[in-house]
Every structure is written in structure tokens, then in C-alpha cells.
Design a protein around this ligand. Sequence first.
Ligand code: SF4
Ligand code: SF4
Length: 619
Amino acid sequence: MRNELADVLGQRKLLQRLGPGLVHAFIFWGFCVLLPTIVIAMIGVVDRHATLPWLGHQGWYALLVDVFAALVLVGVAAALFIRKVQRPRRFEGSHLREADLILAWIAAIVTTLLLWHASRIALHLNEYSAGWAPISHALSHLFGTGAATRAAERILVWAHVLAIVTFLAYLPHSKHLHIATAAVNVWFGRTRARGRLEPLRFDEEGVEDDQLRFGAGAVGDLTWKQMLDTFSCTECGRCQDACPAFATGKALSPKLLIMGLRDQVFEQGAKLIDARRAGEPYEPPPLVPAAVTDEVVWDCVTCGACVQACPVSIEHVDHIVDLRRHLVMVESRFPAEAEPMLRDVERSSNPWGRAQSERADWAAELGVRVLAPGDPPPEVLYWVGCAASFDERARRGAESTAKLLAAAGVDFAILGPRESCTGDPARRMGNEYVFQEAARRNVETLGESGVTKIVASCPHCFNTLANEYPDFGGDYEVLHHTELLAQLLRDGRLAAGPGDGAPAERKITYHDSCYLARHNDVLAQPRELVAAAGTPVEMARSGRSTFCCGAGGAHMWMEERAGQINEARVHEAAATGADTLAVACPFCTVMLDDGVQSTGEQLNVVDVATLLAETLLPS
Ligand code: SF4
Ligand code: SF4
């Protein structure tokens, strides 16, 4: 209900860009107000002396009609100006001619309405005082009172009604189908955690093998919501504008992806239904490459910027992951460089392919308790994650977190060799089997260990443990390390100073991880830690509007084609004048540190926990 009121009625997402948002809002609100005039005009076609009971006689409604009809015309003119003069890049690939036709049609509907009302005022047929309708009243002076005006009144009402019914007939065949489906799509949009993927159910009882769903291979595999998504796309390009893959020159445009899928639904849907009715076999062509190329499917970093930007609740990430699921699990078709990662998650329980026995090496000299089977559970289990366990640069964040937790007197322990990859990279690659195996294994270990509260350093682990493991029986209180550290700071359990490692004047810009900020709304706590360690300065794109580091969606293990997302982000960070780029994710640490090295920008990439430890703890 909230989304329907805010996103549909309030046009919230569209109004995030005030100019184009107002243009759309004028047209949309105008049509809402003018809806009863369709009935009034249809009555008027039959009998010029009749109108809708009550409402047709209201002066205030005549005023509203005048004002909103004018606003629709202003909206149409402004939309044409944006499309024809400003020509923003987000419209690249949209059906522009069709949009022009639709705008002309809307202008015709509203103009005929105003002129019809004007001719009625001239003929004294208006059921309300003419003063209530100042625009129609002003236009009425164009008309006389004789036979010509009586004929004009008939022609105008017929023209108005014909414009409406032909528009309605055209609608289902055009991108403006969204007028009918968008509000429904928003209603059925996700209210579950944004970072959660819908699990494939391989083990559902009563489902025959040939009915199991392995992602989306052809039109018939799309869920009803995915088809509704495609019908609802307005081709506005807001998703494309927000997409880091598109911004860095990749083949992926989330808008063109949805349009490509819609073309397939329109082209193949009817054939598929006819064949099913006739009981004949029909194999629609595979969505990859009929709708999109392989490259498009693999360019996505699952950052969710497109989903957040979309005004009609289209869920692009679910589409892309479903396409990947089919390619990986049915066709074994995926970028070759990701193959070792999938193999290592399956066989070695971590994507680095390292021995699990080395997992707690970093913690040995810090004296961190490693939870053995049968040990009493700690107050908080510290879920270290594979990156911090095996990557030198990411490890510093884990060491700092452990030191801070110890300094604050938190009763914590790690699972060490019993912790294995959450399965996130395999899942985002499309290998649901490997993910579910990992999920079941970890849920079992956590259950046996009596764990109820977890703190995770990696936003990908955090998202999976908090939002996806409940689907597999794992229900825990899960915190990101920035949340717990901020709480300890607020509670006075981490006293300020005297750290001897922190530079006195540190200018810090904080990079929001997509899986922390956009998918899970953790925004304030990392900033509290940054503020405790130096002077914060924000990047142009921050908070929920952050720009990906380039590692999500298993891209940590894939070659990047075209421009580098991490370099684009590093340039943006350097433009703030900061000397330190704070991060709260081991993947971001690695990606942005690589970006600093390849661009030569003067920035130190440091986890917020390390910044805090340098500020508060003696070295
Ligand atoms: S999730 Fe991110 S990378 Fe993928 S299509 Fe959406 S905006 Fe682009
Ligand atoms: S998917 Fe959403 S944001 Fe993208 S073009 Fe379509 S309506 Fe606009």
C-alpha cells in the first residue's frame, strides 16, 4: 500500500529528478483527474443535454478539469522539449517515434476536451457557472452561438471520444501498456529484503522432474511477475542511467534487457499458448541470444541500482540471475575465468581454493577463540568470510575488528576451519546447486554450535546470512561489523583515544558497498565510525545512490570487459580531495585498492574498522 501511494500516486521515484518527474507527474495526475470526463464525454456524444449525475454539475470539478488539462499540455510540451532538444542519453534505444505519437495523441485528447467544453460554454450548455472554468471560458470566445458552433460541438465531442477509444485500442500494442500494468506491477513489487534472491526449489514434493525450474531459458520459463515486469517498462532509461556496467561502456543496458525480454514475450507468447492449446510441441527460441547476448547477462554486478531507480518496480536482478541460472545449470555456459571459483567453492569451501585449515591463521597471534565442536557458544560469532581469511589486504579489516571487539570486552569467537563460503558468489553466478549445498552446510554448523547472534565483516556474507539463510532454516540476529562497532562506540565501550597510529588530520571519503547500503540500508553506522576517525567528505554518489566497486555478482572472479568500474569509482573518490578512501567490505577493499594502483590516484584504501582501531587503540 505504501509503495502504491508513494511510487504511483505520489510519483516518488520519478520526482527524484524534479524536472522530468514533474513532466510525468503533470500528465499522470492530469489523467487521474480527467478520468470521469471520459464518461461525461461518452454521455455527451449520445445527448448533448445530459451529463454525469452530480459530478458533471460541480463547478469545482470543472475548475480541476481546466487546471489539470492545462498541466497535461504543459507536461506534453516539456516532454517534447526534453526528447527533441535536450535528448538525454537515457532514451538511447527507446521507441522514440512511438513516444512522439503517444504525446501527440495525449495532446489531441486534452485539446479536444478543452475545445468541447469551450463550445458548450458558448452554447450555454454548461451545467456549472462558466467562471469556474477560466480556460474553457476564455476559449469559448473563439465560438459563436449559431449552427456552426452547434456542429463544432458535435464534431469536438466525437473527436475527443474517438481519440480516447483509438488510444485505448493502441495501448496494448505499445510501450504505453505501462499505463495499465505499472500500478499492478508496483503492487506486486518486492517488499521482502532487497538483497534476497528467490530460491529455486529442487526438493519440492510432488514436482515432476520435467517441471522443475532451472532459471529462465525461454519465454515459457519466465514467472508471471517477470512477464508483468516487461509489460510495465516505460523505457524511461532511469535504470540505464544508474547502471555502472552501462556507464563504463559494457554491453549491458538494464532497459534494453527488459525491452528485449518484452519483445520475446510478445513474439513468442501467443505462439506458445496456441501450441499448448493445440497440444502440439513448440520450442520458443532461447532468451540468450534471442533477447540478449551472453555478454549482457554476465556484465551485471547485481548492485541493484537499476531496481532502485525504476519507477515501476521492475526487478532486473531477478531476471538476470534467472538467465544466469539457466546458462550455468542447464547449458554449462559461463565465462571461463569464473570456473575455478565455482569449483573451489564446491570442493574447497572457499573461492580462493585454499586449505580450510589455513582459515584461522590470521587470528592465531591475536588470541581469538576458535569455536570447536561442543564448545559453549559465544555471545557473538564473528563471521570472518573468505576474503578476509585469505586475502592479505582484506585481512587487515578483520584483524582490526577482532582487536576492537576484544578491547570492548565482547565475548566473541570465530568458526575457523568450520566456517565455509556462504555460497554468495556461486549463487550470483547462477549456480543455485552449489549455493544451496553451502547454505545447508553452514546452517548445520551454526545450529550445532548454538549460534544466535552473528557479526559479519563482508556485506555479501552479511546479506546472505541475514536475508537468504532463513530460507534454509538459519534464523540469526545478524549485524555488520560497522553496526556493532558503532553501537560499542555509542555505549562508551570503545573509549575515544589515545591511538598512536592515526594521522592528526585525516580527510576521509566513505564508499558505500551496494550490498550494505542499497540492499540493506546500513548507512549511518559506518559514517559514525568515519567521523570518529577523521573529517568525513561525501562523494557525489553515496548512500543508497552509491556506485559499485565492480566486484558484486561474482565479478571479483571475472574479467572486466570495456571500462573499469573500480577506476571510475576511485576517480570519483579522488575528486572529493580526500586522502583516505574508507570501505566496509573486503571486496571493495581489493577492488578499490587495485583501482588506486592502476589510476595512480593518491588515496589510501582502508577498512573503517582499521581507521577506528588506529584512532582508538595503541599500536
Ligand atoms: S544490478 Fe547494477 S549492474 Fe546489474 S543491471 Fe542493474 S544497475 Fe546494472
Ligand atoms: S526498467 Fe524501469 S527504469 Fe528501466 S526503462 Fe523500464 S521503467 Fe524505466
